[in-house]
Design a protein around this ligand. Sequence first.
Ligand code: ZN
Ligand code: FE
Length: 256
Amino acid sequence: MADLEIVQLNARSDNFAILIHDPQSGRTASIDAPEAAPILAELEARGWQLSDIFVTHKHYDHIDGIPALKQAHGAAVTGPQASAAETGLYDNTVSDGESFDFAGHSVEVIETPGHTLDHVSYYIADQNLLFSADTLFALGCGRVFEGSPPMMWESLKKLRALPDDTIVYCGHEYTLANARFAVTADPENAALAGRLAEIEELRAAGKPTLPTSLGVEKATNPFLRADDPAVAAAMGMSGASPAEIFAEVRARKDRF
Ligand code: ZN
Ligand code: FE
């Protein structure tokens, strides 16, 4: 079986759309549909037909492009059961622990509520690919709009349990702002300090900082490290539960 080809596209101001393409069958999926125009242009340039859209959650900046993409390409839309009625946009619905086939690859659905209650992440184990949208960002995590901090912490722990060599694609380019906060939450972390410098260089050159890898995130992302004594100490909360420490890191980032 051939490896999937991945194309990460800028959309809106700071969203990503990600195309995954199987060169043998020609099947092509978009992870979310933040905006139709850049996706349509990329499909046209590559001569790809969009067969699928995999939706992570119901926010406007992840679904806005769906009607135009469906009209142009007839793509089938797969989205979380929890927002099917509210959005009215999905042809197929999925929920936690389900998997489905994409061009011979098994796509696993991992429910990751917290940012929204419907949020799912998509994981393709045989390609080491994770699409975490607005749950896990490079050096950050999504704002907790609908769930609670303990719920978000549980969701992040599910993703953290995946292998270190997992390649992580996210919903937004928020990495520089995340990195500037992260060094305040984990000030003694040398790997994190080095990463901030790399990220500043990439952004100064106008380059994306994503994808990232789960191994790098486990070592440097304070939101995945709420049970690390160094982060607890930086919060002044040594001995508190990881969920409480996570809530404090999230609250400080919201005010940062
Ligand atoms: Zn969102
Ligand atoms: Fe978003």
